[in-house]
Unconditional design. Structure first.
Length: 406
């Protein structure tokens, strides 16, 4: 994303206020923004605010004498790496689908030769209206992508789909789009598992663990930023869905395995989820009641499927590269090496999850990278985003070598 140039077209909706935070966070990621403000958009955010945050002039007039001497509507789209429309209102979507060009925004979108990403925002009934859905189908056929909208309370007082995606999710989607254009993993498919699983004992109780999903989600984002087409299979986490990828939500280990198998074939599988090893043998359909005169209930367990081992040892449809994680509390490398041999995966990242490590639920991680050929490397303590970037860089190198040899 470093130094990528984003042309941000701001439509007329209350969600326009989110673009201010989008620009601020995007610049922190290394993006450069140039803003085009529609007349309706100017009712919600000011050119001064946008210029102050972007550090660039704000454009709004198709018939500007100074800008159009240089064919500004052409130059603006040509000088960008990617065009983002946020909020993409029903009106702007309709104009794009119909090829209209009656203001600066619609004219430059019609003249654009760069990828376009939409972040729709509108009333729930406008979003579900057949006309809007027809327009979106046409734009999809034209190669336009979009993120969102999300469901929730709307500014109009109604509830449903129509909320513009949050700035972080939009930035993830931008990163994925830029990766598809120039990332080392463009054209590759990746599947990532993340978070814990929950194994029900009764309708309100379950077996699980303290995994937050932060490391797995970071790996999925890094793979997408490198250009891979990513499917993230996520257990129950409190994290927002990353943008720019397919996200499949599951709860149990069996659901996670089924989702992974449906997502194949893929070039790489990264099993970062903390999957429960066992599940209750006979989960109850009604809540187990506490009764003072009886002994505590006995919890009989049975083994869950081993997702990493199942996929790594497939004879057909095995990903070219299968990567696992090993969470240990003692003799970390020794036990991880044994696990690597047992599972049959290509690489294993071992980490210490003892009570003093603060890895589970934290923002930092220290891993040991182990390879099936005996190679081993200790990485320093890093933020989980940096661990993800290091891993993805190594994945890109490995797949690049494999592709070259093939």
């Amino acid at each position: 994303m470093e130094k990528a140039r984003i042309l941000l077209v701001i439509g007329g909706g209350i969600a326009a206020y989110k673009t201010l935070e989008l620009i601020r966070r995007g610049r922190a990621r290394g993006l450069a923004f140039r803003c085009v403000l529609t007349r309706a958009g100017a009712e919600f955010v000011t050119p001064l605010a946008l210029a102050s945050l972007s550090g660039e002039k704000v454009y709004s007039d198709l018939f500007s004498l100074t800008d159009e001497v240089e064919m500004g509507h052409i130059r603006l789209s040509r000088e960008a790496d990617l065009i983002l429309v946020a909020p993409a209102t029903a009106d702007l979507i309709a104009k794009m689908a119909g090829g209209h060009a009656d203001d600066l925004a619609s004219t430059l979108l019609l003249a654009a030769d760069k990828p376009v990403l939409l972040a729709p925002a509108m009333n729930v009934r406008m979003w579900s209206h057949p006309a809007t859905q027809r327009n979106l189908a046409q734009l999809k056929a034209d190669g336009v992508r979009w993120i969102g909208p999300e469901a929730g309370d709307l500014a109009c007082g109604e509830e449903g789909f129509g909320r513009m995606a949050e700035p972080e999710a939009i930035l993830d989607a931008l990163s994925a789009e830029l990766g598809r254009m120039r990332g080392p993993l463009r054209g590759r498919r990746a599947v990532v598992t993340s978070g814990p699983t929950q194994e029900p004992w009764d309708p309100v109780r379950f077996l699980s663990n303290r995994s937050s999903g932060k490391q797995g989600h970071a790996i999925a984002r890094a793979l997408a930023a490198a250009g891979a087409q990513v499917t993230l299979v996520a257990g129950p986490v409190a994290l927002p869905d990353p943008g720019g990828m397919e996200v499949v939500h599951v709860r149990s280990a069996r659901e996670m395995l089924a989702a992974v198998e449906r997502s194949l074939p893929a070039d790489v599988l990264v099993c970062a989820a903390a999957v429960a090893d066992w599940r209750p043998r006979s989960p109850r359909e009604d809540k187990i009641k506490k009764q003072a005169e009886r002994a505590p209930p006995v919890l009989a367990l049975e083994e869950n499927p081993d997702i990493l081992k199942t996929i790594a040892q497939r004879r057909e449809g095995r990903p070219r590269l299968v990567v696992g994680f090993a969470a240990e509390t003692e003799r970390v490398v020794e036990r991880a090496r044994a696990k690597l041999a047992q599972k049959g995966c290509d690489w294993l990242l071992a980490n210490d999850v003892g009570p003093q490590s603060c890895v589970l639920g934290g923002d930092r991680n220290r891993v040991w990278w182990l390879s099936r050929d005996g190679a081993e490397e200790a990485w320093p303590e890093l933020g989980k985003e940096e661990v993800a970037r290091r891993l993805v860089a190594r994945i890109a190198d490995a797949l690049g070598c494999a592709a070259g040899e093939a």
